[in-house]
Ligand binder design. Structure first.
Ligand code: SIN
Length: 492
């Protein structure tokens, strides 16, 4: 299918449509291609090569042969290359943001923020690589010394989602490369262009051939090759719990280390002592960022009954100001959803809530501009049995549940198999600790709806995943601890 919409860039060489394997830009071995569309317009913005199983194997083989020399470089030398990559990313933020918005839909301001956030992981881990300390252990035997070293795990792979096409790659590749590991990246087929642009900049930064590969293609073919490969020692995945479980099972055959950042069903609790304005801002940031398409989106908004009406009024005022439109327009705050399936899911949640007694306050339908745009929606009178409470909506629907007591709010918040993020708003210090400790989630935002930062650990508990990304913990996913026991030392 021919390209029907051109992405205007200052540096058009950032836009690639082939695979990046062994440091070369190459078409797939059977010349198959996939179409990338702009979800805001439905127009074709690129036709990208789809890797075959043979292409994936080539990437694995080359990464394997490149591993040793990258691992043996000093952390200082690796950091220098990574800092070049970080700087080139910042230098190209406008172009990268345009590519990201064109393939994913989010407003340009959010796309710029994502690029800067993502670049932060590359910079942060470039430095952290210099601090991969081991330890000495007091000996248990005379003439013996005990110590540990931390070593790169080997060739690694990342499977990344469409909702953050750049930052989720940086969050995985940053620590992997800093640890001394090559990484093979499979970006989402809907949004491969940001990943390919990142590879262009990595190449320019001096990342050696084979240390970073980007292979676009069929998830089953690529996933199958990655999970069954005994060369690949770690897989980092961001995506749905359903796919994560399957990948974990498939990785068992080669006993790979897995880091899984999976689905969520985040509660956001507004207590009666909360600053209402702060809480409304928190809902806008957490619920409506990326039109509700983040894993950490507030999915269930719990409001204490004594402030319910006041809060809803303030929320209506704020949500009514959100502007739906093409993310490339400066005044847009809500872009399109990724595809028709996403629209269908949001609408099913709306219909289910309304049929169960939910009260529609705002939105509740496709936006009048057509396409995959959905109106920012508020429904009150939501209960725990409705789909919106049980499943991740992944769209701009704020379902509000009324509660009476702190105990009830905690019970409802924890009544889910998921445990990625949770939020609450309070001005009571005792409650801050009590509720912070009681909520079952890996990431808790208190008086804020925005919690992401490269220096802090991100990840879920329960069925929201295993492992952590970001912070000093995120690099452990790509390292092995080796214990050295040195005996036969002469004591004088
Ligand atoms: C996600 O949705 O998984 C990422 C959100 C973030 O990093 O802020």
């Amino acid at each position: 299918m021919p390209v029907t919409e051109k992405i205007e860039l200052q540096d058009p060489t950032l836009l690639r449509d082939s695979l990046f394997i062994a440091g070369e830009w190459t078409p797939s071995s059977d010349d198959s291609r996939t179409v990338v569309t702009n979800p805001a317009t439905g127009q074709v913005i690129a036709e990208v090569s789809m890797a075959t199983a043979e292409d994936v194997q080539r990437a694995i083989n080359f990464a394997d042969s490149a591993f040793k020399s990258w691992a043996q470089m000093t952390a200082i030398a690796r950091a220098k290359i990574m800092r070049n990559w970080f700087q080139l990313t910042l230098d190209n933020v406008e172009d990268l943001a345009r590519i990201l918005t064109s393939e994913q839909g989010k407003p340009l301001a959010e796309a710029r923020a994502e690029i800067i956030y993502g670049a932060g992981f590359i910079e942060w881990y470039a430095e952290e690589g210099k601090r991969l300390y081991g330890e000495t252990i007091p000996t248990n035997v005379v003439g013996r010394r005990l110590l540990t070293i931390r070593q790169p795990i080997g060739v690694t792979a990342a499977i990344t989602p469409w909702n953050f096409p750049m930052a989720m790659i940086a969050r995985k590749a940053g620590p992997a490369l800093a640890a001394g590991c090559p990484m093979i990246i499979k970006p989402a087929t809907d949004t491969p262009l940001s990943a390919l642009a990142m590879a262009v900049l990595a190449e320019r930064a001096g990342v050696p051939k084979g240390i970073l590969s980007v292979i676009v293609g069929n998830p089953k073919i690529i996933g199958g090759k990655i999970t069954s490969s005994s060369v690949i020692r770690a897989l980092s995945f961001t995506g749905s719990t359903e796919v994560g479980k399957k990948l974990m099972a498939d990785c068992a055959g080669t006993v790979k280390k897995v880091a899984m950042e999976l689905g969520g069903n985040a509660p956001l609790i507004v207590f009666d002592d909360a600053d209402i304005e702060l809480a409304v801002n928190g809902v806008i940031a957490s619920k409506f960022r990326n039109s509700g398409q983040t894993c950490v989106c507030a999915n269930r908004i719990l409001v204490q009954s004594s402030i319910h009406n006041e809060f809803i009024e303030a929320l209506i005022n704020a949500v009514a100001q959100l502007k739906v439109g093409n993310g490339l327009n400066d005044d847009t705050s809500q872009g399109p959803l990724i595809n028709e399936m996403a629209i269908d899911k949001v609408h099913a949640h709306v219909e289910d809530a309304l049929s169960g007694g939910g009260k529609l306050i705002l939105g509740g339908k496709r936006a009048s501009i057509g396409g995959t745009f959905y109106e920012p929606t508020i429904i009150t009178n939501v209960n725990e049995d409705m789909l919106v409470s049980r499943e991740e909506t992944f769209g701009p629907l704020a379902g509000v549940i009324k509660f009476e007591t702190e105990e009830e709010a905690i019970r409802i918040a924890n009544a889910t198999p998921f445990g990625l993020a949770a939020y609450f708003f309070t001005s009571d210090l005792g409650r801050t600790w009590r509720v912070g400790e009681a909520l079952e989630a890996g990431v808790i935002g208190i008086n804020t709806g925005l919690i992401s930062y490269e220096g802090a650990p991100f990840g879920g508990i329960k069925e929201s995943g295993v492992g952590r990304e970001g912070s000093l913990h995120g690099i452990d996913e790509f390292l092995e601890i080796k214990y050295l026991c040195i005996d036969g030392l002469t004591e004088k």
